[in-house]
Design a protein around this ligand. Sequence first.
Ligand code: CTP
Length: 399
Amino acid sequence: MSRLQNKHIIVAISGGIAAYKSAELVRLLITAGAQVEVVMTRGATEFITPLTLQALSGNPVHQHLLDSSAEAGMGHIQLARWADSILIAPCTAHVIARLAQGQADDLLGTLCLATQAPVLLAPAMNQAMWADSATQANAQLLSERGYTLLGPAIGEQACGDVGPGRMLEPAQLVEHLQQSFSSHALQGREVVITAGPTREAIDPVRYLSNHSSGKMGYALAQAAVEAGARVHLISGPTNLAVPADLKCTQVDSAQEMLTACQAACQHADLFIASAAVADYRPAQAADQKMKKSAPDSNLRLHLVQNPDILATIAHDFPDITCIGFAAETEKLLAHAQAKLHRKKVSMIIANDVSDTDIGFNSDHNQVHLVTANGVTALPRLTKAQLARQLIDNIAQLDQ
Ligand code: CTP
């Protein structure tokens, strides 16, 4: 799975001849697993049709700031919040100048002001326009404000000139975008992460389990890889694709998960327990499929408690920084604080699973970080955005 898997990318196209290459850019991003929304300036539509970009991205193209139907769907502020990254390609001298001035008289300008996501620019223009001192000063200002400039490349231009001003090739832009998702917050650290539910066998065909999708744990694993960590994901059964560049051990039961964690933690620096481990298992799994006995008779299962994996790892490996989750339906912070002390861990990430909007199978989550120093509330975010935020917070604990 690529680093762009499930990333929310806005490709913003402005009016330059290189706009024809943006179609290929969108295609490559989709192939890499990204979710793409396309924004086009009026000038861009002179060079390439919105229909082409709609067909390639699978989404209607956003063109206008004051479009009531668009605002009723994904309006400009929602779009700004949705984005993990905004790539303006091609980015004309005019757009560079407007961004430098902070103009907000069209969708693209508004998005760039409203977003918290990184904005990457792929300049494309005639070499003399790029070399002009006004463009250079504007580009310099934008890079000081945190915008990332990709290119331009040197070479032959559509107008016949040769020099710096060509847009980077779509594949190069995709490569840069991938790299932009790497931070070095956990560079060289070894991280073990549990994810998903466990299954506790009743007999060869039946089990006890829960609704955990594993999405949060998988997003954390991907974010940890992007932060430079060596990651060992220990996963219960899920339907998710395993992120690239990590080791994954698939397990079924809580006992298997504990055994795998104990082996994986020998050299670990961090242990993050996001799995929804079944608290109980049948005392004895039947060897053969259990048959119904007499009509109307009831079945009693004798359940015994499973090991607490997080508490066991925190106890057995005191040098590892351990982080747990607390999925609660009431008294969120009180229960989270109790778990912090009972399990002797450095942080509990508390979430309210009674809220179906942010619960087990949702793509969103909203959490509180509970440590010995107090409680921090994070905003409602997609699980991928939250994972990156959590990895940054966890990396600070580990320093
Ligand atoms: N956990 C674990 N092993 C268990 C149970 C929980 O490692 N047998 C971990 C979870 O991965 C999570 C944290 O402990 O990081 C808290 O899980 P949660 O289900 O909220 O709490 P429990 O300890 O099971 O307590 P309770 O069910 O009473 O709320």
